[in-house]
Ligand binder design. Structure first.
Ligand code: GLV
Length: 307
């Protein structure tokens, strides 16, 4: 029985030390170290090896990230449990990033940064947090944590998700039928959806047209959620005022992609949040314990939903 890790190697070394301490009887291999495929019971990966049939005794596939869209689930046997990452550092990183992004948009920090570069000293009227409605699409662990961290600033908060959720202090909307009502009240729209066939390209001209004039976008989901030419057109038309994008499709954008240089687009290189070394290992170890005891795994992917 052995564990195979196939992702960022520095984190792999950290996991190896933690596993040696906590599961000393479980051999831990970092891909592509030599290993006996038949011994591998657990695989943790960002992108798994192409052919999973070489691991006939695999019992659980752990994704090292919160999103599992980069796994080609069609190649993963249906009876193999797939688990996405839920751990505190990943969650707080996302909450910090989105708070920064929403504050920056509310306080127009990108414009003030440009003003400094242009040697312009000009105060603009401040929009109060209470007058800046923030809506979060995707109300899983990350979306909920983001809303909880935004609440003390005083933003009126709303959320939208596929299935109905209830979050104190947040106006929650569910399903396609309630999307227009949600969008109509978002001065800042934050996308934290999982990327599935149902959400690919959801951030398009049709959606932007339902936001209040001059709304701003924060995309921390996946690049595939966004139809980038529609965003650029909406920014140029003044329909949207600004966008902060931590994800693009592809990553990085091509050298001549207009996203790089648009004055109202702020790009960051998929750094909003990352799985912590210790927290990630602890989350997997806790799930190994649950697996041993035949308890439901935390973060189990529903293969019919795709997340
Ligand atoms: C990163 O993008 C993740 O899905 O954890």
């Amino acid at each position: 029985m052995a564990f195979l890790y196939k992702a960022e190697p520095v984190r792999g070394e950290a996991w190896r030390r933690i596993f040696a301490d906590r599961r000393p009887g479980l051999p831990f291999h970092i891909w592509p170290e030599p290993h006996d495929p038949a011994a591998i019971r657990y695989l943790a990966a960002w992108i798994p090896p192409e052919d999973l049939t070489v691991y006939p005794n695999l019992e659980v596939l752990f994704c090292v990230a919160a999103g599992v869209d980069q796994l080609d689930l069609s190649r993963v046997p249906l009876d193999l449990p797939v688990v996405r990452m839920i751990e505190p550092e990943l969650i707080s990183g996302m909450a910090e990033y989105v708070c920064w992004a929403v504050l920056s948009l509310q306080r127009e920090m990108q414009r003030y940064l440009q003003d400094q570069r242009d040697r312009r000293w000009e105060a603009r009227p401040m929009r109060a947090a209470a007058d800046t409605r923030v809506g979060v699409m995707g109300l899983g662990n990350l979306g909920r944590a983001v809303l909880a961290r935004l609440a003390p600033f005083g933003y009126p908060l709303s959320g939208w998700s596929r299935s109905r959720q209830e979050i104190p202090g947040v106006t929650c909307h569910a399903g396609a039928g309630e999307l227009p009502a949600f969008l109509a009240n978002c001065d800042v729209l934050v996308c934290l959806l999982p990327l599935t066939d149902a959400t690919r390209g959801i951030l398009d001209a049709r959606l932007f047209a339902q936001l209040p004039m001059g709304a701003a976008l924060v995309n921390v989901g996946r690049g595939g959620h966004l139809v980038a030419p529609d965003l650029l057109a909406a920014l140029d038309a003044g329909r949207l005022s600004a966008a902060i994008l931590d994800v693009t499709d592809p990553e990085p954008p091509a050298p001549d992609d207009p996203l790089w240089s648009h004055p109202r687009v702020w790009l960051t290189p998929h750094i909003a949040s990352a799985t912590g070394h210790r927290g990630g290992a602890e989350a997997v170890l806790a799930n190994l314990d649950r697996h041993d005891r035949a308890l439901p795994l935390t973060g189990l992917v529903d293969r019919t939903r795709g997340y």
